[in-house]
Design a protein around this ligand. Structure first.
Ligand SMILES: *Cc1c(COP(=O)(O)O)cnc(C)c1O
Length: 430
């Protein structure tokens, strides 16, 4: 159809939306021809070292022989069948693994096709749980500011009310409750003020609250904010004390990224409902899961409304489940903890000099996540091509220049990524 990349790029610019972009003011996009290991190969032949894992997902790197083989093998028997009235081994195996690696009481699994949808399902579970006990007034959620839970309407309604999309969709979004977000960054200590605020909202609205939802320890797309295990522990205690469900969204943090398989382990707590996605398939296909406890499943199943009202067309897609099984097996049989520790140490060491740069407000590292927070929002039109010139793929947003590389990245490659971050941030003027 097109004989050169300029024509294709031009078509893209005029006709295709990219995430959070305007067709009238497009930001630069770079055509990728292939990807392998931690390298993206652009159509013009340049190679970029990947610092993003394609939004936390490609933890084993790209074009992995084991993951490729899993999909090819599954393709020979079936790529998809409906999940209504049918079942299959890839889904059963995956559910079994998820149940095995999460908290003991999480015994029931709903497969969905994206992180946002798994959050929708979690919200439905919580509301239906209470409705089944005759408590139809418990339909609201309590969350913390600076959160991100996805782009669909249910999920959007619990995203940060200021930097999320609330102003635009205000009249069609459910009205939930937002507590002050806990301290972040250098002040990682227990934040009594934030807990007070949380407890007051919980206590004052108990009749209408079905569940608390939050991202444990790391608020990702809402600002790459890290908070203390003490805060999370206290939230769990308060949920127990006031008898509301706790939904943990581990779509970004799940599968090792923060140094434990799931972030909640670090606080020694467990959720009633858990959302996972992103790295679940090693970044190969879109798949997510919502797990819940026996209490939640029995509560829904034994009540007045025993049917969980959700069922996506591509629920538990066999190709996606097969590659998720292969990805989890790769992960669990790898020294992932050691790798994350090494990445953490190296990020700490190599990003520390960024503290001296005038554009920098804070530098934070947790597990396989390194974030530089700037005083002002980045100019993506300048910064994105600059990173590409330096041979790395780093995708900044808002005031954040951050990385979360594939777990398999070699120290020399990670050094190239961190030195490009230092270089680019040092070039910001004013
Ligand atoms: C990415 C993300 C989502 C949304 O997942 P999608 O697959 O993009 O729908 C939800 N919650 C968190 C914490 C995320 O990081």
């Amino acid at each position: 159809m097109f004989d050169d990349w300029n024509a294709r790029a031009n078509f893209d610019k005029q006709h295709i939306w990219h995430p959070y972009t305007s067709l009238n003011h497009p930001t630069p996009v770079f055509p990728v021809a292939s990807a392998s290991g931690v390298r993206l190969r652009l159509a013009d032949g340049r190679e970029l070292i990947d610092g993003m894992s394609s939004w936390w997902a490609a933890i084993h790197g790209y074009n992995h022989p084991v993951l490729n083989a899993a999909i090819e093998e599954q393709l020979k028997s079936m790529s998809h069948v409906m999940f209504g009235g049918l079942t299959h081994q890839p889904a059963i195996d995956l559910a079994q693994t998820l149940i095995n690696i999460t908290y003991d009481d999480l015994q029931h699994v709903f497969f969905a096709d994206s992180g946002s949808v798994s959050v929708e399902v979690a919200i439905k579970m919580a509301i239906q749980y209470w409705a089944s006990q005759g408590q139809h007034q418990k339909q609201r959620l309590l969350t913390i500011k600076n959160g991100y839970h996805g782009d669909t309407f249910g999920a959007m309604a619990v995203c940060d009310p200021d930097n999320g999309m609330h102003h635009l969709f205000n009249d069609v979004l459910a009205k939930h409750l937002f507590a002050k977000s806990p301290n972040c960054g250098k002040q990682q200590a227990y934040d009594a003020d934030a807990i007070d605020n949380f407890e007051r909202l919980l206590k004052g609205n108990l009749n209408s609250i079905a569940a608390v939802i939050l991202e444990p320890l790391v608020q990702g797309a809402g600002g790459m904010r890290f908070y203390s295990t003490a805060y999370l522990k206290k939230v769990r205690e308060l949920c127990d004390e006031y008898n509301v469900l706790l939904i943990l969204d581990e779509i970004a943090t799940g599968f090792g990224r923060t140094g434990s398989l799931f972030a909640y382990e670090q606080a020694n707590i467990a959720p009633d409902i858990l959302c996972v996605g992103k790295a679940l398939t090693g970044g190969y296909l879109s798949l997510s899961a919502t797990l819940c406890s026996r209490k939640v499943a029995n509560g829904i199943g034994s009540g007045q409304h025993p049917t969980l009202m959700h069922g996506p067309t591509f629920m538990a897609n066999p190709l996606a489940c097969a590659v998720a099984n292969a990805s989890l097996s790769l992960l669990l049989n790898s020294p992932w903890q050691q790798r994350i520790n090494n990445i953490e140490k190296q990020l700490q060491q190599e990003l520390a000099p960024c503290h001296t740069l005038s554009a920098v407000k804070d530098v934070r590292v947790k597990g396989g996540i390194g974030a530089i927070e700037l005083h002002k929002p980045v100019d993506i039109h300048w910064m994105q091509p600059r990173f590409v010139e330096l041979g790395v793929w780093v995708r900044p947003f808002s005031t954040l220049v951050y990385v979360m590389p594939p777990y398999i990245i070699e120290p020399a490659d990670l050094s190239k990524v961190t030195s490009a971050m230092f270089q680019v941030v040092s070039e910001i003027n004013g």
